[in-house]
Design a protein around this ligand. Structure first.
Ligand code: DUC
Ligand code: ZN
Ligand code: ZN
Ligand code: ZN
Length: 484
């Protein structure tokens, strides 16, 4: 049984050409003109692109006294509705828990996924067990990316000694380090000060974590990664200070990548000053939305290639959950949704405005991250042999984003009322049509775990630091008899 996508224009990260695409057993088997198949999907007027990969989601995440409200079923359904065919979630070990036990918990949650998925491992504590588990996780579970929180003091945060130890271990194992880069000590101090001064509303969340805390932590993580010799992926890059550090590192030949979110690219800090408490609280996430100058910096980074990937940090909480923070902004669960809207919003504000080419759109929504995560060309490609995770994209199809018609389980949408032009006609997950013109035909449990191997040493940081400072004891003759 073959499926052929007919009469479309194939758009990949580097090519645009007219061709039909044949799919058999979930895999692309032929690309060329005039193909026919048992089942045919009409792509006239559409682009046939690799499905989106969202490398930063938190589905059913235990966090801030609750769980994020989209699970692997609703979250992946939302993703597919918007053209995303793979998500990567963060496995979070409890304090003292082995990494392998934590993965078991994530394995159980993810059996309901409608599309393929993978995990990053979070290093939430440090000790011999974690040191040892890291090797097993990489070698037997196909998880090569390890995230470190430099914020959330007293909960997820790791200190610099732990960070350095973990980075060194990853360098040795061929893993990739990831960081949530905000200075958690400063955020904790600012939070306490703001609350003591009577600043309890959601707007104080933004004041508690200004761009400097992100710039500082990004710089620090880059320098520590350089000393360890490990590649570094900076999640949710939201500001110029952080982008500047990433840009500089890349120009120095370091393997550092930055990941802006669609929310930071299209929504700004004025949202926190909305007179409606719920409106502002629903948009509380870390890092917070920034001003227009920071947004310009992020767009410039995507255009110039200094920023590599657009993600969502999808971590959806209901209004009821957000209200845990009435009277104390620090108790508002941090997180916003975006899985369903990332691709249409980026197309509308990126491609339709002329900031990005369709090929660059494919690069930042799919191909770049597939390469970084070591699952290219299984994912992120339109090539014979690649998984048929595809989106047939209709650049003329439009809608108004609304919570009333979304797949996410929450009761609002941070993009409510925004017009998007550019939507999937079909989304295919390993060859199965999951979405056709807005009609959802997802299949719970269809999603499979995508194992990813460790990176080759060539992907390590290219800083000259190690050569310059390689330990070389100095030969001396005039050694004093005593140290006194
Ligand atoms: N930021 C959020 O807003 N939510 C989840 C975790 C994070 O870092
Ligand atoms: Zn984060
Ligand atoms: Zn996150
Ligand atoms: Zn149709």
């Amino acid at each position: 049984m073959s499926t052929v996508i007919r009469n479309g224009t194939v758009v990949t990260a580097d090519l645009t050409y007219k061709a039909d695409v044949r799919i058999e057993n979930g895999v692309i088997t032929e690309i060329g003109p005039g193909l026919s198949g048992d089942k045919e999907l009409d792509a006239t007027g559409c682009y046939v692109m690799p499905g989106g990969i969202d490398p930063h989601v938190h589905l059913e995440m235990p966090f801030m006294g609750t769980y994020s409200s989209d699970d692997f079923e609703s979250g992946t359904r939302a993703g597919l509705a918007g053209g995303t065919t793979m998500v990567v979630d963060f496995c979070l070990p409890n304090q003292g828990e082995s990494l392998l036990d934590a993965i078991k918990r994530w394995d159980n949650k993810s059996t309901r996924a409608n599309c393929d998925y993978s995990f990053h491992m979070a290093v939430t504590w440090w000790g011999e067990q974690v040191f040892n588990d890291m090797k097993t996780v990489i070698e037997t579970r196909g998880i090569n990316t390890f995230k470190h929180f430099l914020a959330y003091k007293g909960a997820l945060m790791v200190n610099d000694d732990e960070l350095f130890a973990s980075f060194n271990r990853l360098a040795e194992l061929g893993g990739i380090a990831m960081v949530h880069a905000e200075n958690g000590d400063v955020v904790a101090e600012m939070t306490a000060r703001l609350l003591a001064e009577g600043n309890t509303g959601p707007e104080a969340h933004a004041y508690s974590r200004p761009s400097q805390v992100e710039g500082e932590a990004t710089n620090r993580a880059i320098m520590i990664a350089d000393m360890a010799g490990v590649p570094l992926y900076v999640v949710h890059t939201s500001c110029e200070e952080s982008h500047e550090a990433i840009r500089r590192a890349r120009m120095q030949g370091k393997r550092v990548w930055g990941e802006p979110l669609i929310q930071h690219l299209t929504l700004d800090e004025s949202e926190y000053f909305h007179p409606d408490w719920d409106h502002a609280a629903r948009r509380v996430m870390s890092p917070p939305f920034r001003n227009k100058q920071h947004q310009d910096s992020l767009w410039a980074g995507l255009q110039s290639g200094s920023l590599s990937v657009v993600a969502t940090d999808h971590c959806a909480f209901t209004t009821e959950q957000k209200r845990y923070g009435v009277g104390d902004f620090s108790k508002i669960p941090n997180g916003t949704g975006g899985l369903e809207d990332r691709m249409p919003m980026l197309w509308t504000h990126g491609v339709a405005t002329g900031r990005l080419t369709p090929n660059e759109f494919v690069a930042v929504t799919s191909t770049n991250i597939a390469k970084i995560l070591n699952c290219y060309p299984k994912k992120g490609a339109v090539l014979v042999g690649a998984d048929a995770d595809l989106v047939v994209w209709d650049p003329e199809k439009s809608k108004t984003i609304s919570a009333g018609s979304q797949q996410s389980a929450i009761d609002y949408n941070v993009f409510e009322g925004k017009e998007v032009k550019g939507l999937p006609r079909f989304t295919l997950t390993r060859g199965q049509v999951a979405v056709h013109d807005g009609e959802i035909r997802t299949q719970e449990g269809h999603g499979k775990f995508v194992a990813r191997e460790a990176n080759t040493p060539v992907n390590r940081a290219l800083s000259s630091w190690k050569e310059l400072t390689a330990p070389r004891p100095v030969e001396r003759s005039g050694i004093p008899a005593t140290g006194v």
